[in-house]
Design a protein around this ligand. Structure first.
Ligand SMILES: [Zn+2]
Length: 333
């Protein structure tokens, strides 16, 4: 005898097929409803339709995931179950640990048909692979110890030091900076004639010379170059916008650092006077010559201090050329 509800489930079955082939927008909700139908053939058609839709457009899979798991828990038809699991596999990276555990239960359960268990295994493989890819994409590493760190930790380090650090290394770095400051301050054992604490004999001689010539200077001040690069020039002459670096050492690391610093000055078109220990015996003459390359300024202190007129200005040893020309006169009080 013909099932009196035959017409109804045939209609629903057709509708499921139709949505699977051409459904758009919120039509998927209708399919999720059909997944709960009392008619096994309708549930099967709905599960198959979801599979088809996800193949066309996987983005809907995520919103259907929860309903699919609920339906899987209740489903007794193996073929329907199989379609549901195949549809779930489209959720890929969105399959979380709990989801994967549920799928593992199915894959291991000998009461299920082999093809159902195989589909579950495949869905697990897809989920695990895409989860791993996602984790690798989102992973952050500590610059120093190479340990994986959270996005927040990474952001903190970048904000503070321009590099990602783990919590431990960030603290280490902070302490190093404090120690560095302390070491620099501790190394300033000499005093210039105007009572500025400096680190070396060369620096003291330069500071003494500037003070004796009544040229205002800042010593070891924090400054910003090239927009955002922090630098601490040995001396800065604010009246003339001139930097003086005393390159007192010869180690490989020091020389590399010196080169970098020089490039910075050059790139920012700064006027830099470089001095080395070789210049110290004749510091007065060297400084006058180097300063006069930039400025037409009479330096007090007797003969030989006449304004130097007509120098075209080159950065000389620094390999920079600077657009200061003769006629630039500085009046200082
Ligand atoms: Zn670290």
């Amino acid at each position: 005898m013909r099932d009196p509800r035959h017409d109804e489930f045939e209609r629903l079955q057709k509708r499921a097929l139709e949505i699977g082939n051409t459904g758009t927008g919120a039509d998927y909700r209708e399919l999720l409803k059909l997944l709960e139908s009392e008619f096994p053939v309708v549930r099967k058609a709905a599960a198959s339709a979801l599979c088809k839709w996800f193949n066309r457009d996987a983005s809907v899979a995520l919103v259907c995931k929860g309903a699919l798991f609920v339906a899987i828990g209740k489903e007794e038809g193996e073929q329907t179950l199989n379609y549901m699991i195949k549809a779930l596999a489209k959720c890929g990276k969105y399959l979380n640990r709990l989801d994967l555990d549920l799928l593992r239960d199915i894959a291991r359960n000998p009461t299920h048909k082999d093809y159902v268990r195989a589909s579950a295994s495949e869905a697990i493989a897809v989920g695990e692979r895409e989860n791993k890819d996602e984790a690798a994409r989102l992973r952050h590493w500590c610059t120093r110890c190479r340990r994986p760190i959270s996005a927040e930790e990474s952001a903190k380090g970048i904000d503070k030091y321009g590099k990602p650090y783990c919590r431990h290394c960030l603290e280490e770095r902070r302490l190093e900076d404090i120690n560095f400051e302390a070491n620099v301050e501790a190394a300033k054992r000499l005093r210039t004639i105007d009572e500025v604490a400096v680190q070396s004999r060369g620096e003291k001689m330069i500071g003494d010379w500037l003070a004796a010539n009544r040229i205002a200077y800042q010593y070891d001040e924090r400054m910003i170059l090239a927009g955002d690069i922090r630098i601490r020039p040995d001396f800065y002459l604010p009246e003339f916008d001139i930097y003086i670096e005393y390159w007192g050492m010869n180690t490989r690391e020091y020389l590399a650092n010196r080169r970098n610093k020089q490039i910075l000055y050059q790139r920012d078109h700064k006027r830099l006077i470089s001095l080395t220990p070789k210049d110290l015996p004749d510091l007065d003459a060297v400084l006058k010559t180097k300063l006069s390359r930039y400025l037409n300024v009479g330096l007090p202190g007797g003969p030989g201090n006449q304004p130097t007129v007509g120098d075209s200005v080159h950065f000389g040893a620094e390999g920079n050329s600077c657009g200061l020309h003769s006629g630039f006169a500085v009046d200082r009080p």
